[in-house]
Design a protein around this ligand. Structure first.
Ligand SMILES: [Fe+2]
Length: 323
């Protein structure tokens, strides 16, 4: 008997059952992906290792090693134990300098008071970093939570925050400049304060929002910058085949992750270690980036097309057991 032709409704019932079964299967698969993204994949991380050629790098900074941590978003979803693991991984790399490129905390489902407490906890955990020096910049969430509540605990625990300001890193008689922009998503950075006017040495510039690079390259002091470090995008958090990254914030939509070249300046966008909005990562692991500075050969300084991906990254993916 052909389905749908009897008056009893049996075939329709059978049809609905099959549809229901398919729906239940898809729902179960979706739930499985969600559980995997929220528990397992969110705690996967990669260490990306890059060698960065820098113009006229002083001898004292040859093979200088920097680890970048970004977008911690502590306690929106990022657990303290996961940040502690990232600190342990960073300490194991024994860098000369650690840079945290914004969004220590979140302006999300937590109350403001809870976010302020999270800033204190982030400051305490980051104080266990063993690198000789560390610095940070503000992200949009830090400003929305309140810079006056985020900066003091960090600085009290030994993580200075650069807000449209710069600092000389010294090795013997050699210097390079570390610069930090105000958050470009919530405020307007003043690059005349963020970048020294006459550095006579390499310049590393931190700005939370990577798409702000399009303002940077128009500024008269752009030619002074060698390396720009950003975060903010989280790499999209959830990356699906064909669809690509699903969650991209304003000012983190064009330069989503990895290395880009603008004339002589390199921009690196770190995927961060936390999440916002949804406690999910999929095909987009958290990231620590390890940079080794080397003096650039003259031939390496030829202008390259903007937004070219850098080909020399090596990375390894890992997931640690919860301690
Ligand atoms: Fe951000």
């Amino acid at each position: 008997m052909h389905q749908g032709s009897t008056p009893t409704g049996q075939p329709e019932s059978h049809h609905l059952t099959r549809r229901g079964f398919l729906g239940a299967t898809l729902a179960a698969a979706g739930l499985g992906v969600a559980v995997y993204s929220g528990t397992h994949a969110r705690h996967e991380f990669e260490i990306t290792r890059l060698t960065i050629p820098i113009r006229d790098l002083p001898d004292g900074f040859e093979n200088f090693r920097i680890v970048q941590i970004s977008d911690i978003h502590l306690e929106e979803f990022t657990e303290a134990y996961f940040l502690e693991q990232m600190v342990a991984q960073t300490n194991a790399m024994a860098p000369d300098l650690v840079l945290v490129t914004g969004d220590f905390v979140s302006r999300g489902p937590l109350s403001l008071a809870a976010s302020w407490r999270a800033a204190g906890l982030a400051a305490e955990i980051l104080s266990t970093l063993k690198a000789p020096q560390r610095f940070g910049i503000l992200g949009n969430h830090d400003v929305n939570v309140g810079a006056d509540h985020v900066i003091p605990p960090l600085e009290a625990h030994g993580t200075p925050i650069l807000v449209d300001s710069y600092f000389p890193l010294e090795r013997g008689r050699d210097v390079i400049w570390l610069c930090g922009a105000n958050d470009a998503g919530t405020r307007t950075p003043d690059l005349n304060f963020a970048i020294p006017p006459n550095p006579r040495a390499p310049v590393i510039f931190m700005c939370h929002e990577p798409d702000y690079v399009e303002n940077v390259i128009l500024h008269p002091r752009f030619p002074l910058i060698d390396l720009m470090l950003s975060g903010h995008s989280h790499g999209g958090q959830i990356r699906l085949p064909i669809l690509g990254p699903l969650i991209l914030p304003p000012m983190g939509q064009k330069y989503v992750e990895g290395m880009f070249q603008f004339d002589h300046m390199q921009l690196y966008v770190n995927r961060g270690i936390g999440t916002v909005g949804l406690p999910f990562r999929l095909n987009c692991p958290a990231e620590l980036t390890h940079f080794t500075l080397v003096r650039a050969a003259e031939s390496a300084l030829a202008p390259a097309p903007a937004t070219a991906r850098w080909p020399r990254a090596s990375s390894s993916r890992a997931r640690l057991p919860r301690s």
